[in-house]
Design a protein around this ligand. Structure first.
Ligand code: TXA
Ligand code: MG
Length: 346
């Protein structure tokens, strides 16, 4: 299959390009498209065979359900049973980087939800994504547009790297603004919320909507063999580079001294804070943003992991992120990429 890349800078002025993409989706095909979080690999969410094509193109296990993307938060009621808590979340955070798990209606095929009786719903804020969904007139099922096990794509060239020859069309809307996947929450029977995956809508922000926000175990902790996560995706080792990734925790100057010594003795790739870059050898060094600049770190992380993976390094080091605010989302992605390997530098 030939994979075409189409650049979209202005979705209103370039509507004809999106009309073409909508046509591909209506015919049951797949289209990769930008969102404010990461690129999605889209198919018609009401079409069982399109969902199967998504799993095949990604190489994804079919028990790991897909998120359905809608053009307007109110459209959720067509595909799922919504309640007051959903409406409050929608008012506060949509369109934007929040996905809500709701009881599903019959029009969403079981293949989309991996056989679950719930469906994950998200209304993205990216103008290309919103216009595309509106033109389709049906929700777009879209996981992140990476091959299973790779970091999520934050540029069209990441998508091309993973999906060339596997899908017909990639819409290039430039670099994703946030760079980490959406926050996922489940609404509990008692009106509380369970955070299944942390993202740019933070734990503290969710606490403004509900006074009972729980964090699912799998967000911060490695589950045992026999434990089943609330979100099926959390059991898979995502975002895994080929060389082992080790997170370094400890005082900044000690970590820096450790890295300098490692660079002198072995081939390592390093994700570092901008402040530390001038004290380290430039080979295989990937600055991800200032120490306190979590939004930039979030935006750069997956690209840096991909670049580190393209080196011949035998090991990759990265700093241990904080666990509060946006740090929790970074921590969750990095600790899983590192298969929970943390080295304490004393
Ligand atoms: O930012 C995002 O959410 C991106 C963009 C493209 O929208 N999408 C994305 O999709 O990250 P994906 O498939 O890579 O991750 C979706 C996660 C998976 O971990 C899956 O297990 C979980 O959502 N999920 C989907 N439906 C669920 C459900 N009904 N209950 C619990 N977890 C669900
Ligand atoms: Mg994914």
């Amino acid at each position: 299959m030939n994979t075409e890349l189409i650049k979209i800078t202005d979705p209103e002025a370039q509507e004809s390009k999106l009309t073409r993409a909508a046509h591909v989706l209506r015919a049951g095909g797949l289209v990769a498209f930008p969102t404010e979080t990461v690129y999605g690999l889209g198919g018609n969410a009401t079409d069982d065979s399109a969902a199967k094509k998504i799993y095949a193109a990604k190489g994804r296990p079919s028990d790991n359900p897909l998120i359905i993307h809608i053009a307007d938060p109110a459209d959720a009621a067509n595909y799922a049973y919504v309640n007051g808590t959903y409406l409050a979340l929608a008012k506060a955070f949509m369109p934007g980087p929040l996905t809500v798990v709701l009881p599903k209606k019959d029009c969403i095929p079981a293949s989309v939800t991996g056989g679950l009786d719930t469906v994950a719903v998200r209304c993205p804020s990216h103008p290309v994504a919103r216009k595309l969904i509106a033109l389709c007139g049906f929700p777009i099922a879209a996981p992140s547009a990476n091959r299973s096990g790779k970091p999520s794509p934050t540029t069209a060239s990441h998508v091309h790297e993973d999906m060339d020859g596997r899908i017909g069309l990639i819409l290039d809307g430039g670099e994703c603004e946030i760079g980490l996947e959406s926050t996922i929450v489940k609404i509990d029977a008692d009106g509380g919320l369970t955070l299944l995956r942390p993202g740019a809508v933070t734990y503290d922000a969710l606490c403004m909507i509900s006074d009972k926000v729980r964090v699912a175990d799998a967000v911060t902790r490695q589950l045992a063999e026999n434990e089943r996560p609330l979100s099926p995706g959390m059991k898979y080792r995502h975002y895994a580079p080929t060389a082992p990734l080790v997170l370094l925790s400890g005082k900044a100057e000690r970590v820096l001294a450790f890295l300098q010594n490692e660079q002198a003795t072995r081939r390592c790739a390093i994700l570092c804070y901008t402040e530390d870059a001038e004290h380290l050898e430039k080979t295989d060094l990937f600055p991800i943003g200032g120490r306190e600049d979590l939004p930039t770190q979030a935006k750069q992380l997956f690209d840096a992991l991909r670049r580190a993976d393209h080196t011949d390094a035998e090991i990759i080091y990265a700093p241990m992120p904080p666990k509060d605010g946006l740090g929790l989302a970074l921590y969750n992605r990095m600790i899983r990429a590192a298969a929970h390997t943390v080295k304490e530098i004393l």
